[in-house]
Design a protein around this ligand. Structure first.
Ligand SMILES: Nc1nc2c(ncn2[C@@H]2O[C@H](COP(=O)(O)OP(=O)(O)OP(=O)(O)O)[C@@H](O)[C@H]2O)c(=O)[nH]1
Ligand SMILES: [Mg+2]
Length: 365
């Protein structure tokens, strides 16, 4: 049985795999290890190349997921597929300096820690030539992490770390497995103080392939934090649904105002057009963000949009029914309105998730 399983999440990383596995072979000389490449059916053939490499090197294994995407879930499933007492996670694109891996493992064992992070903010560490915008984003992420967790660690945004099987098993069922920030997920899922250590390294720039980091990844980090803060009781997609709905309210107001005051449309029509446009806007935003794992394309969009209009109308009726029923029981207008809004939005979310975007990603647990 290998002592160390090195999990490598890889999407469209064909040109990086051979250099990475060669670098791992030379740095991990003397350690009994295996490499688990977790590929999400990359169009560039990363999975096929990994299998070819595995033919020559029995230390390499491949998991190819079809119809799935996601860095965090790739890492979690890679770790679950192994049995070694130590698990490392390293990016495929050679940005993480593999030469410190033996030192990270040695520290984990010698100091009896749960987890050792490859850090860009300690000792020899550095951000390399990462753009100043990316550094700012990373710093904002760090601050948010420190707002939800008491673990003292200089680089919670790192994707490079080694942990013990025991610690992984302890938190595995509480992981959200959303987005890119697996380390934040692991640390925030622990129900006790985590024993962490850090080893510094210089972040390298990407040699080949494209970054997968985009605005959705940032939103996913907020989703992850929301999931951790609510203890998994409220679906994180509801949080995005709520954000989209709030943005829609502002849009509705501005659209109605423009129609009424600038284009001289009468009051009732301005309300109706504003509301219809807002539902369409909400549909497209939810399709692109909230329910992106079941995103509709092409002709599906037309039926999806029509269905969403029906669902929203029913939600509106439910909202009105609840608010007026409460009013009849003598409840003050403010709580009656608020309860109506909450019932309407929960109803809207639930039916939209079940009916319009069936099969969107749900929590693993
Ligand atoms: N299996 C799998 N791996 C992924 C997915 N998204 C990203 N990865 C891998 O996760 C690692 C980190 O992704 P990157 O795009 O390098 O993100 P980053 O390092 O924050 O951004 P850059 O500095 O621009 O490279 C890489 O090895 C990617 O191939 C995914 O959906 N599935
Ligand atoms: Mg990268």
């Amino acid at each position: 049985m290998p002592q160390l399983s090195v999990i490598v999440p890889a999407f469209n990383e064909r040109d990086n795999l051979a250099p990475l596995t060669a670098a791992l072979a030379s740095t991990l000389d003397g350690i009994d290890y295996e490499v688990v490449v977790v590929d999400d059916d990359s169009p560039d053939g990363t999975g096929a190349l990994a299998r070819r490499l595995a033919q020559d090197n029995p230390r390499i294994r491949v998991i190819q997921r079809i119809g799935r995407r996601g860095l965090a879930s790739a890492v979690v499933e890679g770790a679950l597929s192994t049995s070694s007492p130590y698990i490392a996670v390293i990016d495929a694109d050679l940005q993480h300096d593999e030469r410190i891996l033996p030192a990270m493992l040695a520290k984990l064992r010698a100091d009896g820690l749960d987890l050792v992070v490859g850090s860009r903010h300690t000792g020899e560490g550095g951000m390399g030539d990462l753009s100043s915008d990316r550094v700012k984003l990373s710093n904002a992420g760090r601050r948010l992490f420190h707002a939800i967790s008491h673990t003292h660690i200089s680089d919670p945004m790192s994707g490079y770390f080694v942990l013990t099987r025991g610690f992984f098993d302890e938190v595995a069922h509480s992981l959200s497995a959303i987005g890119f920030k697996v380390l934040v997920d692991l640390l925030a899922s622990a129900r006790r103080p985590v024993r962490v250590g850090e080893v510094g390294y210089q972040f390298r720039s990407r040699a080949h392939g494209d970054s997968k980091l985009d605005i959705v990844v940032e939103l996913e980090y907020l989703e992850l934090l929301f999931d951790k803060l609510t203890g998994g009781w409220i679906p994180p997609t509801y949080f995005l649904f709520g954000l989209v709905g709030t943005a829609g309210m502002f849009f509705n107001f501005v659209a109605a105002a423009l129609l009424l005051r600038v284009w001289g449309v009468d009051f009732f029509r301005a309300q109706a057009i504003g509301a219809l446009l807002t539902v369409a806007l909400n549909f497209f935003l939810n399709n692109a963000l909230t329910f992106r794992s079941a995103r509709m394309r092409g002709a599906e969009i037309v039926t999806g949009l029509l269905l969403f209009y029906v669902v929203c109308s029913i939600a509106l009726l439910a909202q009105l029914a609840v608010a007026s029923a409460l009013r009849q029981f003598g409840v003050h207008w403010a709580p009656a309105t608020l309860v109506g809004i909450v019932i309407g939005s929960v109803w809207n979310y639930t039916i939209a998730a079940q009916l319009v975007w069936r099969g969107h990603r749900r929590r693993a647990t």
